[in-house]
Every structure is written in C-alpha cells, then in structure tokens.
Design a protein around this ligand. Sequence first.
Ligand code: GUN
Length: 292
Amino acid sequence: MQIIDGKVTAAEIKAEIAAEVQNIVAQGRKRPHLVAILVGHDGGSETYVRNKVQACEQCGFLSTLIRYEADVTEAELLRCIEKLNHDVTVDGFIVQLPLPPHIDEQKIIMAIDYRKDVDGFHPINVGRMAIGLPCFVSATPLGIMTLLRRYQIKTSGKKCVVLGRSNIVGKPMAQLMAQKAYGDATVTICHSHTQDIAAECRQADVIIAAIGQPGFVTGDMVKEGAVVIDVGTTRVADATRKSGFRLSGDVCFDAVAPKCSYITPVPGGVGPMTICSLMKNTLAASKNEYYK
Ligand code: GUN
C-alpha cells in the first residue's frame, strides 16, 4: 500500500508555478492576480480562503481578499462581481461557497465572467469540460487527476466508482474519469438513492469518495488492490485538539488502507491539491490560455 502524498505533490507543483511566475515577471509581464470573495465567518470557508491566499504568496501571485458580512445583499455581491469582471488588473476570482441561504448561489456563479471563472463553476466552463474543450476545470477533480497522473496510476479501462454527485466534485470528477484524455475509465456515480453502494464499491478498481460523511467507506466495501481517493473533509468534535475538532475523511482509513494499492490521507491528500489546481487555473487565466 502506498500513501498518495497530496501535500508534497502540491508543494512541488507550487514551486513549478513560482518558477514560471519568476520568468514571467523577469520578462516584464504582470504577476497573476487572484481575488477571493468571502461572505460571513464559516470556520471551514475561513480556513480554505486563508490557505488560498497563502498559496498565492507561495506562487508569487498577487491576491486580494474581499470580505462581506453574512447579511450582504445579493445585489451588492452581484455589483462586486460586475466590477471584478471589468477590472483588467484581476486575472481570476472566486466566490467561496457555501453562501448564506438568502443568496442564490447559481445566480452568483452565472454572473462571473467565464474567462475569469478560475473555479470552473460557470456553465460555459462546465459545458466545455464535458465535451473536452479547453477550459477552467473545477479544482478538486483537476487536483485528483493530477495526483493520479503524478503517481502514474493507470485508470484506462478500469472500473471507477464516484460517491457523490455535487456540481463541484462528483459530477465533474465522473466526467473527467470517463473522458479518454483523462481517466478513460468505466464510471459509476453513486448517491443517496443508489440501491447497494457497498456492492458497487466492491466492484471498483478506483473509488473516489466525495459525500461528506465521515468514515462512510468501510473495509468490507473495498476490494483488494483498489485505489481509494478521499475527498471528505468534515469537521468532527475532538476534545484532544486545541481547535476542538479534527478533519475526518469519507473513508475509514485504518480499515481500508491495508487493502489498497494507493490511498489518500485526510488531511494531506486531496485538500492541498485543490488549492494548487486553483493556482494552476489562475496562472492559465493570466496567460489567456483558454480564452482571448
Ligand atoms: N467550497 C468548497 N469547495 C470550494 C471550491 O473549490 N471553490 C469555492 N469557491 N468554494 C468552495
């Protein structure tokens, strides 16, 4: 069994990006600039955004954090997005999700100029990804594909089970795993109404768990030699920690790991790769790689 080290892989990629940015700046071109919009004070979102800003520094990017209180109106948020759409100093921006319930998340995503949508959430990017055209790809699925590639894990012709059908992870993940240029696998998507998830998982050569239920994937659900990718990062109470919580994945690591050929830990697996994929997308945006 080999542990897939997302932290080390992400650090390598960020160093590669930083070297490229140094070259860009040496040629007199401008530094990539990412803007993050954070609404409210959700603990998880605060941490994610802080890590994104820190990753920008590591890559030599400019970053700007725009904060709003949780009672910001949808109209105000839309005005901010419109301003960023037209700001030539901004290469890409993200609106950290989830948003408070009075704000229509889809409306916010649709308002983002798809050429600056480095999260890859806009329907134009989602659609282009689905038909294999160049575009910004959602950062978590992209990070997972990068991990599989860097660890030279063969997925072509293999059976892949994706647990979860979210717009951010499950759906794009299944798309990429099925595409010839990426996973080239036979893909099954499982969700809350799947009849026998354990039976589906036992058939899988690759399991990608993204349902946000701590410890959902147990040892008996995994076949010998499977590759297991754990996207879950749920905060669970832990009195032994200073913070009062720890992050728990969707996989019972101790029971599942001995059966795997490869497995990602939580933390230190998929999480750091999500952030480094966002950096890659921002670099691509600054170079107009996908859109002129
Ligand atoms: N919330 C959870 N994951 C993400 C992400 O990748 N991007 C944004 N904007 N919000 C998120």
